[in-house]
Design a protein around this ligand. Structure first.
Ligand SMILES: Cc1cc2nc3c(=O)[nH]c(=O)nc-3n(C[C@H](O)[C@H](O)[C@H](O)COP(=O)(O)O)c2cc1C
Length: 164
């Protein structure tokens, strides 16, 4: 799959094939694309925690508001950033890179909100991450059991040439 196909085809997956594990090599390939994302001043403030343990994934899922599927996905990648000026942009760029990379590898993902959520600090502590880091996102990862088709605003509605 080329980059454009992956960018166009990726959708958020919240139902996973729970009997099909995701290899360590695939998770490394996904996180490798996260660490290569654009980052202001090349600060690379990110840290990634890959959680496969089912008990921990279910604990994470229970803390979130809209991330119950984390408990049913074989892997959860938690993205943290140091508190730099552009921590949120950097962490989101890394997150999006990983969603697209995973899709290109045949995996489904769903971005679960982290930054500014009431559970952010508790999840950080649960995962043993130092308190100077901020939770950006939680990404559920696994082979899709089903892929939704949410409606998308058409290109001609969102692209403005020269002037709005
Ligand atoms: C910042 C951000 C936070 C999100 N948080 C959640 C979430 O907590 N739970 C969830 O199921 N999806 C979450 N999503 C996924 C969106 O619901 C999803 O991207 C959107 O519905 C568009 O669908 P698509 O990703 O399939 O194109 C989040 C996405 C972003 C960018």
């Amino acid at each position: 799959m080329d980059a454009l196909q992956a960018l166009r085809g990726r959708r958020s997956v919240r139902a996973y094939d729970e009997n099909k594990p995701v290899s360590r090599e695939m998770i490394e390939a996904v996180v490798n694309c996260g660490r290569l994302a654009a980052t202001a001043r090349n600060e690379q403030p990110w840290e990634f925690v890959a959680v496969t343990n089912v008990t921990m994934r279910k604990r994470i899922a229970d803390k979130t508001l809209h991330g119950k599927h984390i408990g049913n996905a074989p892997v959860c990648i938690a993205v943290f950033c140091a508190d730099s000026k552009y921590y949120l942009e950097d962490g989101c760029a890394a997150t999006q890179n990983m969603l697209v990379a995973a899709w290109a590898l045949g995996l489904g993902t769903c971005w679960v909100a982290g930054d500014k959520k009431e559970y952010a600090d508790e999840l950080r502590d649960m995962l043993g991450v130092p308190s100077d880091k901020k939770l950006i996102s939680l990404i559920s990862v696994g082979y899709p059991a089903s892929v939704p088709s949410p409606s998308k605003r058409p290109l001609q509605d969102v692209l403005h040439w020269e002037k709005y």
